[in-house]
Design a protein around this ligand. Structure first.
Ligand code: NAP
Length: 492
């Protein structure tokens, strides 16, 4: 398939008048899907009147996940009317008894659709064959992806379609996002964007601006963030902005893998070039990598993968990412007493980083055994939280305390924060309660955003060999965080 997919924006509304109003607000789409089953007063003529963009008219039955309240006869009448009035396409469910609609014009202007909201149907291939034999112009198959690798099933299916009959192949849900963004790979005639969030649609603006949908082609290099969950990560915003600014033909996707095998199958199937790795796969993926750098080995976890064909390499950029903001501020760590709060994944990287620069490391956690485990990486000491107030020169928060939305929390009482340097790995909000208390006590502070950007910059440079655009990445991260905090992310 060589044709680039179109962008179809789905419009729903409570009334036909509002459907028209929303239809006319859309400027960035190639085609608009009018969901007349979403309105209380379906009126095809009014919905089509004065349209500026090509349209697909959909009147989805309740038994196929739609909102139409009337009879099947009424639905059939509305769809015939849409064809009479020159709709570019009408969407007809394969399971509907509407063969008259499909055959009325030899299948032209018909999108024959099938939806499975639970998973990938066992009879997918047969279903596709039966649908194609109707002669419908476009065959739309939407399945629910419960795993990333469900997308591969659709990729296989896409290879059975030729140029004469187009397909739209969609995996619904978060694990299926790849089919929407990389619609080109699936030979899809278009991708749907909009506000139908329960099936995993993405807003058109996000698709165009963050994922640069229009520039994705057969040669686009694919990267991603593997973890669970990954929906609220800022990494896709940072890396996609960096690819755009550097003029690279590459895209970065959120990849919520069900398990390690799911990710490995997906990565091989799509020829992934690299990935950021987050919880819970930082440790288990170590075993799947042929080359692990010594720092990642010492930490016992990786956060970055690079794929060169079958050879996978792993690194941990959290270590150098943590040190970079200290270097930028010309902070000398050597000989300082460092207190690390928390004993999770980031505490391990921070302990290795600080020890490598000559600090004395003490780890504090609510579970002293976990603190010991981290301290033993670098010959440090361990104790339960909190540290005595005069026991450190540099204090690093590696717990999530203070993170959005519980921004009033802090790992230390305000009275226990003294002079020195307080480095909070929490990056949302940019200034945490701990940092505010520290500044009041006269301490210097560093927030987690600097580290977040620094570790991402190193990933980017390792993958691409290109210098990373720091200010672009930082601005993208800040924008993503403010969208997340204001819930704007959920807008179309
Ligand atoms: P993690 O592996 O889950 O570890 C979290 C640690 O915090 C554990 O030791 C946990 O103790 C402790 N903890 C959690 N809730 C606590 C509480 N109420 N009181 C005391 N201790 C508590 O997480 P992580 O990956 O290390 O991340 C920690 C924080 O750093 C997160 O906010 C993350 O977003 C941030 N981070 C930032 C960057 C960056 O680039 N800026 C990078 C990595 C992480 P238990 O084991 O007892 O539960």
């Amino acid at each position: 398939m060589t044709t680039n997919p179109l962008l179809c924006v789905t419009v729903t509304a409570p009334t036909t008048a509002e459907l028209r109003r929303r239809r006319d607000l859309i400027t960035e789409a190639d085609i608009v899907e009018l969901r007349i089953d979403s309105v209380d007063d379906p009126d095809v003529a009014a919905a089509l009147d004065g349209r500026r963009l090509p349209v697909i008219v959909t009147c989805r039955a309740g038994w196929e996940g739609g909102g139409f309240q009337g009879s099947e006869e009424e639905r059939r009448r509305l769809l015939h009317q849409a064809l009479d009035l020159g709709a570019d396409y009408v969407d007809v469910e394969w399971r509907a008894d509407f063969s008259d609609l499909v055959s009325r014009d030899g299948g032209r202007r018909i999108v024959l659709s099938s939806h499975d909201f639970a998973g990938v149907p066992a009879d997918l291939d047969e279903r596709a064959r039966a649908m194609r034999s109707t002669g419908a112009a476009v065959i739309k198959i939407a399945v629910k992806a419960n795993r990333l690798s469900d997308c591969l099933t659709l990729l296989d299916l896409s290879r059975t379609f030729g140029e004469e009959q187009r397909a739209v192949l969609i995996a619904m849900g978060e694990a299926g996002l790849t089919t929407r963004i990389l619609a080109q790979r699936f030979g899809s005639a278009w991708t749907y964007a909009g506000g139908v969030l329960d099936v995993g649609q993405v807003g058109a603006r996000k698709l165009l601006e963050q994922f640069r949908f229009r520039s994705i082609d057969a040669n686009t290099a694919v990267y991603g963030l593997v973890g669970l969950p990954v929906a609220h990560s800022v990494s896709p915003a940072m890396h996609n902005a960096a690819f755009g600014a550097a003029g690279l033909n590459a895209v970065y996707l959120p990849l919520p893998a069900a398990d390690v095998d799911d990710f490995v199958a997906f990565a091989r199937g799509f020829g992934l070039k690299g990935a950021s790795v987050t919880i819970p796969y930082k440790v288990p993926l170590m075993e799947r990598v042929q080359q692990v750098d010594p720092v990642a080995r010492q930490v016992g976890a990786l956060n970055t993968l690079k794929m060169d064909g079958e050879v996978w390499s792993g690194r941990n950029t959290d270590v150098s990412g943590f040190l970079q903001p200290l270097r930028d501020r010309h902070v000398t760590v050597r000989g300082k007493r460092a207190a690390i709060l928390g004993a999770g994944g980031s505490a391990r990287a921070v302990a290795v980083a600080l020890a490598s620069e000559g600090a004395t490391v003490a780890v504090y956690a609510r579970d002293v055994e976990k603190a010991r485990d981290v301290a033993s990486l670098v010959g440090g000491t361990a104790a339960t939280l909190p540290p005595a107030s005069d026991s450190w020169d540099l204090l690093v928060n590696c717990t999530p305390l203070g993170m959005h939305p519980r921004i009033n929390q802090s790992p230390l009482a305000a009275s226990a924060v003294t002079r020195g340097l307080v480095y909070d790995l929490v990056y949302n909000p940019a200034v945490t309660r701990l940092m505010r208390d520290a500044a009041t006590a006269g301490a210097d502070t560093i927030g987690g955003l600097d580290m977040l950007v620094a570790q991402a910059r190193e990933q980017f440079e390792w993958w691409t060999g290109v210098s990373s655009p720091a200010s672009v990445m930082r601005a993208a991260a800040s924008r993503r965080l403010s969208e997340f905090n204001s819930d704007e992310d959920h807008l179309v």
